[in-house]
Design a protein. Structure first.
Length: 243
């Protein structure tokens, strides 16, 4: 079984009482655990759902702080209170992130820069990547495990499509930052655009995430639903999905 748990879903900063982008992906047969993006507030939420010492790898889609800076808290915990028993945790990261660490990762993390050609296997999970339509070099992720496929858009404008991650996506986790009237104002998708790309890729189910704290969540969801053509799911902290 492959599952997804929402640790944070706000963009491009955390809302009051919320958390920025972060997701827990687990493949239960092999016990594989991956922390996918690590925005502010997500390390606290990760500890609600798993022991940090069980994290096998961290995947960071791009260098914007709302997607990775809670790794510093994980690093502090690994150094003093929650060191993984099997050694350093792999961190697969987009360019530019390694230079932003506030402390030396040696002994707790091993850093591996990714590109669109990167392929990686973490326990029972296989990962591949696709460059999105976003300002800094950003990578969408195809996650395969237990015979199921999760597609994560990371941050992207409409110049990228879920078709770039290949066929057979059972669950698509797609950013939908704002509504149609804001299209073109930043490198993000509206609900309308998120629904379009999921429909074009014929994904099984669509979960929208990375909502702006100042945009109506229901308005974004209504747009995504209308263009996807069937019901959609809204990410919220603590919600879990079986892929």
């Amino acid at each position: 079984m492959l599952t997804l748990t929402i640790l944070g879903c706000d963009g491009s900063h955390a809302s009051a009482g919320g958390a920025a982008s972060g997701y827990l992906v687990r493949e239960w047969e092999t016990g594989t655990t991956i922390w996918l993006d690590a925005g502010p507030g997500t390390f606290a939420n990760l500890q609600r759902f798993c022991d940090p010492r069980t994290v096998d790898a961290i995947v960071l889609s791009h260098l914007h702080g709302d997607h990775w800076t809670d790794v510093d808290g994980f690093l502090t915990a690994g150094r003093w209170t929650a060191r993984p028993p099997w050694g350093p945790v792999r961190v697969l990261h987009a360019p530019g992130i390694a230079e932003g660490f506030l402390q030396d990762p040696d002994g707790v993390l091993t850093l591996e820069e990714i590109s669109a050609s990167t392929r990686a296997t973490i326990g029972g999970i296989s990962l591949s990547f696709s460059r999105t339509d976003h300002g800094p070099e950003t990578f969408a992720v195809r996650v395969e495990g237990a015979g199921r496929v999760l597609g994560y858009s990371a941050d992207s404008g409409p110049g990228w499509s879920f078709t770039e991650l290949g066929p057979g996506i059972d669950l698509a986790l797609c950013e939908a930052t704002y509504t149609q009237e804001y299209e073109g104002t930043a490198g993000h998708m509206s609900g309308r655009q998120a629904g379009n790309t999921a429909r074009e890729a014929d994904v099984g189910r669509l979960v929208i995430t990375h909502r702006s704290p100042v945009i109506s969540a229901e308005a974004v969801a209504d747009e995504a639903r209308s263009t996807f053509g069937r019901s959609i799911l809204q990410a919220a902290v603590g919600r879990g999905y079986t892929v």
